[in-house]
Design a protein around this ligand. Structure first.
Ligand SMILES: [Fe+2]
Length: 285
């Protein structure tokens, strides 16, 4: 009897969620909106991240983040180009970072993704890899990005301004992340921004204590966010942290909703995103 009651409850909850989602779709103009409008309509999200101990010369350092391009059957080069143009329209950008998942289903899409991202390479572009890059062919994807001048960091780090380092772990889901290796060249006292595709890795990073800010993607924000209920479906390693800014202990975390998506190719209340992160000195209390 207990099991039957539990199944009934689950079915009831699913029906409830389905009804609310259907109401949401209708309210926003139906299926055409979630397939033809919102997935192709990137939004710029701006945020200031206040970091304790940030040196004065880094106050105002501006980073553009793009994530989850997913060039493939569901995402065209034109979708990526639209987000790239939005990024290019921002002034005073010091650095561009990409937080993984460049393709879906085949690494054969990687050159097309890299080509669409290439206009950004006039500046410094650093990238980490994601689970879909590994599920296709991580080396092929990384090579295509490198071909257009994007610096792919796989458990490695690079100094981007005096005292500011960007480190990146390789994919967490596929157990390629090695935080120790990623940080081994970073000098003590540096300000560290970590690129890690899967946001829930933040708990591991926070426990380590060396990183100041983690930038992630992977969740796509859930793609469908029902008002008052939030995302209906979230992937493994994006269930605790799925969109926007968070604090994980002393670590600041930002989760980007992505440019592309995976099937089913719908977005509701969860537009594709380009993020402009500005580092700020935290006021000491
Ligand atoms: Fe993704």
């Amino acid at each position: 009897m207990e099991a039957v009651t539990e199944i009934s409850r689950r079915r009831f909850l699913k029906l409830m969620l389905g009804s609310v989602a259907a109401a949401g779709l209708s309210a926003c103009g139906g299926v055409g909106y979630v397939t033809q409008v919102e997935p192709h309509w990137p939004a710029l999200e701006r945020l200031d991240v206040r970091l304790p101990g940030l040196p004065p010369h880094l106050d105002g350092f501006a980073i553009i983040q793009l994530s989850d391009l997913h060039r493939g059957p569901e995402v065209s080069a034109a979708d990526i180009a639209r987000a790239v143009r939005l990024a290019q329209r921002q002034e005073g950008v010091d650095l561009i970072v990409l937080t993984g998942d460049y393709v879906s289903r085949s690494a054969g899409y990687a050159p097309s993704c890299a080509e669409a991202l290439a206009p950004l390479v006039a500046g410094n572009v650093l990238a980490c890899l994601g689970n879909h890059d590994h599920w296709t062919d991580a080396d092929t994807v990384a090579a295509a990005l490198a071909e257009v001048g994007i610096v792919v960091l796989r458990n490695a780090a690079r100094e981007v301004a005096d005292g500011l380092w960007v480190a990146a772990v390789d994919d967490v889901w596929e157990r390629h992340a090695d935080l120790e290796r990623a940080l081994e060249r970073v000098p003590a006292g540096a300000t560290i921004v970590l690129l890690a595709h899967e946001p829930d890795y933040a708990d591991t990073v926070a426990a380590d204590g060396r990183v100041h800010l983690q930038l992630s993607g992977h969740s796509h924000g859930g793609q469908v966010r029902v008002p008052f209920l939030g995302p209906l479906v979230l992937p493994y390693l994006a269930r605790k942290y799925h969109a926007g800014p968070y604090a994980a202990g002393g670590l600041r975390l930002y989760v980007n909703r992505g440019v592309g998506l995976v099937a089913p190719a719908v977005r509701l209340n969860c537009r594709p995103e380009v993020t402009l992160v500005t580092l700020r000195r935290a006021e000491r209390g």
